[in-house]
Each structure stands twice: as C-alpha cells, then as structure tokens.
Write a new protein. Structure first.
Length: 85
C-alpha cells in the first residue's frame, strides 16, 4: 500500500508548473502631455487621490462601469486620443 508521501510525490510530478510573470511594458503611445500628472510611485497599500487607466477601446467601457460600481468616485471620465504624437 503506498504511503501518503508517495502519493504527494506522484501528484507533484504531474502538477502544472507556475506560470512565469509576463513583463508589462510601458505604453509607447501614451500622450506625453499627461505624463507630468501621473505618479511614478510603486503601488502600495494606500489610498490614491487620482490615477489614469490606459487601456484598449474595447475594455474601456467595462472598466469604466466596474470602477464606478467599486469605488466611491467624485469624478471619472473616458477619453479617446486619435491623433497625438
């Protein structure tokens, strides 16, 4: 009869290895006029007074709704930048 140690070893040999964290690069097309308004601090467990979410047009509507529902915001807006350099 196999021991529980043998079963644990067999299970670990067939488990899925952890996924590598994907490197997220800074967006190259973020409007340079807005960079001075962003905080470049590392996120921590603190309250943020303001922040920008840079995302795709398709995800923007969903994120907008979720942020409105989850946080008690005093101001929220969505903007689309078509022709910035």
């Amino acid at each position: 009869m196999p021991s529980s140690d043998d079963e644990a070893t067999a299970d670990s040999q067939h488990s899925t290895p952890p996924k590598k964290k994907r490197k997220v690069e800074d967006p190259k097309d973020f409007p340079s006029e807005l960079l001075s308004f962003l905080s470049h601090a590392v996120f921590s467990n603190r309250t943020l007074a303001c922040f920008a979410i840079y995302t795709t047009k398709e995800k923007a509507a969903l994120l907008y709704k979720k942020i409105m529902e989850k946080y008690s915001v005093t101001f929220i807006s969505r903007h689309n930048s078509y022709n910035h350099n």
